[in-house]
Design a binder for this molecule. Structure first.
Ligand code: NAP
Length: 246
């Protein structure tokens, strides 16, 4: 068990990639706070599944854009799973539209969920990690934060900011024993892809060198590695998990 004795917070763990990361981390021995925003039933179901496999998890609803509820989430984590050793900033949304057509509120919604959300969580957990002189942050970014995507300018901008935040924080927090890394998934089969047609998905699949769309488990595997002591000399990195796409 690679994460035995560790406490983890995974944001946006009710569905998709976050769900897979929370599940894998719990099965590797971590006690996990499963954060959700709107999908309470899914989060509770995940907690049940983890417990039925002998793991430990609790669900907690918090909008990562709201500092007060993030603070409560961290307090609940400390009491129920322990002082966080691992924090996965995964909560995210995608909005597909031309930059010139995007309403200002939508731009703000995307930026707030990804950038402000990550900021809020880190502001609340880092004081504990710094005082403990240990910790592992994993930020979920995207290949679009590296190379940009048409119709996803806000999303690409937010994910690019998360990459810069990851690298800067890794330098600032290295002396405090805290590692900060990012994972940049490619095209992963979650609800985020539901707005694409079967034809569009087939075109994407064909453009991926390994000829398949990724699974949330492909990403979770890398998250477990990054969180484990095996990755103790790894910080400030962006690991692309995209089947060779970019
Ligand atoms: P998903 O299936 O749509 O799940 C998104 C998760 O984020 C849900 O659990 C949702 O919670 C949560 N969330 C959204 N807004 C939130 C908020 N304000 N506060 C707290 N939680 C919030 O998406 P996914 O594909 O798993 O994406 C997970 C992460 O991977 C995102 O950061 C995304 O940008 C990134 N990513 C995805 C892909 C892909 O192809 N799927 C590729 C690259 C990067 P509720 O359902 O409870 O509201």
């Amino acid at each position: 068990m690679k994460l035995k004795g560790k406490a983890a917070i995974v944001t946006g763990a009710s569905r998709g990639i976050g769900r897979a990361i929370a599940y894998r981390m719990a099965l590797e021995g971590a006690k996990v706070l499963v954060n959700y925003h709107k999908s309470k039933d899914e989060a509770v179901q995940l907690v049940r599944e983890i417990r039925s496999k002998g793991g430990y998890a609790v669900a907690f609803g918090a909008d990562v854009r709201d500092r007060k509820s993030v603070r409560e989430m961290v307090e609940v984590a400390k009491v129920n799973v322990g002082r966080p050793d691992i924090v996965v900033n995964n909560a995210g949304i995608a909005r597909y539209t031309l930059f010139t057509d995007m309403p200002d509120e939508q731009w703000k919604e995307v930026m707030d969920t990804h950038v402000l959300g990550t900021y809020n969580v880190l502001k609340e957990v880092l004081p504990y990690m710094i005082s403990e002189k240990k910790g592992c942050i994993i930020n979920i970014t995207s290949i679009w934060g590296i190379c940009g995507a048409a119709m996803e300018v806000a999303y690409s901008t937010a994910k690019g900011a998360i990459i810069a935040m990851t690298k800067a924080l890794a330098k600032e927090l290295g002396p405090s024993g805290i590692r900060v890394n990012a994972i940049a998934p490619g095209i992963i089969d979650t609800d985020m892809l539901r707005s694409f047609t079967a034809q569009e998905l087939e075109k994407m699949r064909n453009a991926i060198p390994v000829k398949r769309i990724g699974t949330p488990e492909d990403v979770a595997e890398v998250a477990v590695y990054l969180a484990s002591d095996e990755a103790c000399y790894l910080t400030g990195q962006v690991i692309t998990v995209d089947g060779g796409y970019i």
